[in-house]
Structures are given as structure tokens and as C-alpha cells.
Design a protein around this ligand. Sequence first.
Ligand SMILES: C[S@@+](CC[C@H](N)C(=O)[O-])C[C@H]1O[C@@H](n2cnc3c(N)ncnc32)[C@H](O)[C@@H]1O
Length: 289
Amino acid sequence: MVARLRAAGCVFAEDEARLIMATARSPGELSEMVERRAAGLPLEQVLGWAEFCGLRIAVAPGVFVPRRRTEFLVREAVALLARGDGPAGLAARGPAGLAARGPAGLAARGGGPRSLREDVARPEAIVVDLCCGAGAIGAALAAAVDQAEVHAVDIDPAAVSCARRNVPGHVYQGDLYQPLPASLRGRVSLVVANVPYVPTGEIGFLPPEARAHEPLVALDGGPDGLDVLRRVAAEAPLWLASGGSLLIETSERQVLLASAAFTGSGLTVRIATSDELNATVVIGTLTSS
Ligand SMILES: C[S@@+](CC[C@H](N)C(=O)[O-])C[C@H]1O[C@@H](n2cnc3c(N)ncnc32)[C@H](O)[C@@H]1O
């Protein structure tokens, strides 16, 4: 297995072989998985899951694989919820708690510490995960924050069906805010989004795993990579409660234009960066209704 994976160009062949062996349920499935990986499918799509914030997120072929970098956005969101000022503030387990919860896994959800029914009956924070993909961000926030009501949206049906397996909340298919219930307007504590942000002209330079196995709709952010971000920022004030925040992942070189889009829609902007995860998040807060 290791030799086959290494010959196909997998740099971490031993680690990948170990994960494939631990996931396959029969020798037939094992060799099928090795062949799919050798053919270039992202490891997570072969395994059927990706690790994200200590959770196992179900990922199917053709669905964007959640990146480690995006854990920084989750950390920032949890910190805002934990801070306690404005509608974003409420009891969160905090970033440390998030890490401490360990690999809860999909199966653990039913018996986990949170009950969706309780949250919906008495929500204290409404979180909207736009462009949710497999739902990694929404799932991690639901796991980390007590009494958060999570609503997740994606335009791609394959992503939506993964998100329905991962997010203990409401998952809708559609264009950005369009499928959300109108009753959420002006009541949302946090809008979180990892939108497509690769400039169209740079798609060809992405690693083959992304280019060939993740859908264009998950990657292509238009001429400067900010088309979707601008649309999310423009409509955010309609949905945020006063004191609520919008958090979007971006890149270091796009951060000024991204911030301008936030400011242009009336949000007060702050930038958070992580050298460790090579991550940049624009955070905009609605300071008046
Ligand atoms: C970069 S991926 C991020 C997925 C997920 N948030 C994550 O971090 O793993 C972007 C996602 O945005 C979705 N998307 C693109 N345009 C959209 C739109 N107009 N409305 C809703 N979702 C959209 C894509 O289908 C894709 O799943």
C-alpha cells in the first residue's frame, strides 16, 4: 500500500496508508480506497471524513475539503461568543474547551452534551454559516457553544447533503441568504463564512487535488476573488442583530479590499491573523441597528 501510494506521489504515504487501513471495512474496500487515492482523489474524500476542530466531518467526493486554516475562523467566532458583550456573547466552551472536546466524531453527536431541541426551543445565539460546504464551521460552533442555533446554507446539493450529516441545526440549499427564514432578519449574532476566494485567473495554479476534485463553485471568487465576499458583506446588516458580527476568511493580500467591502456596508472592521495556521479573518461588527 505504502509503495503504491508513494509511487502515485503521496508524500505522507505511511500516514495515509494507516488512515485508509483504519477506515476501510473490508479488504476489497481497502484496495479500492488505495486506488482512488493513487488516482489523485483528496485523502479526505477517499476516507469519507476530514478532521476539523477535533470533529470528524463527513466529506463526499466533489465536496470542498475543510482546511485546517479555517479552524482559526472558528476560534475567533468562539472568542466573540465567549466575550459576552452584544448579542454575540453567551456561554461558550471557549477555544480551549473546543480543543479539549477531542474527536467527538459523527456518531458521538446523538449522545453528546448538546441537544438541538433545547437549543431551538430556547436559543441564545443565532449563528448563520454561509457557503457552508460540508458544514465544518457550523458543526464546530455547535459543538463549542452552548445553546447556539445554527443555520447553514450552500448552493451545491452535494455539499448540502454532507452538511445535513454534520450540522446539528438547519441546513438549506440556495444562494447565500436567500433560503434563510425571514424571521432571522435583525436577530443573527454571528454570520460566519468561508466563501470561494480564489481569483478566476489563478484557479489553474491550484494543486491538482483542488482543481480536479473540488467544484469550481467552491473555489472561484471572480476576477479579484472577492465577488462572493462582497455580496455576503453587503447583505449582512439586514440579518445581524445590533452588536452582531460577520466573520469571513480571506487571504493576506485580499484583506484591504475585503475590509473595504465590510466598511462599505456599515460594519466596524477588525482583522485577525494567525501565523501558525497562515490564516486571515475579517471581522465586521454592526454597531447600530
Ligand atoms: C471554499 S468552500 C468552503 C466550504 C466550507 N465553508 C468550509 O470551510 O469547509 C465554499 C463553498 O461555498 C459554496 N458557494 C459558492 N457560492 C455560493 C452561493 N452563492 N451561495 C451559497 N453557497 C455558495 C460552494 O458550494 C462551497 O461549498
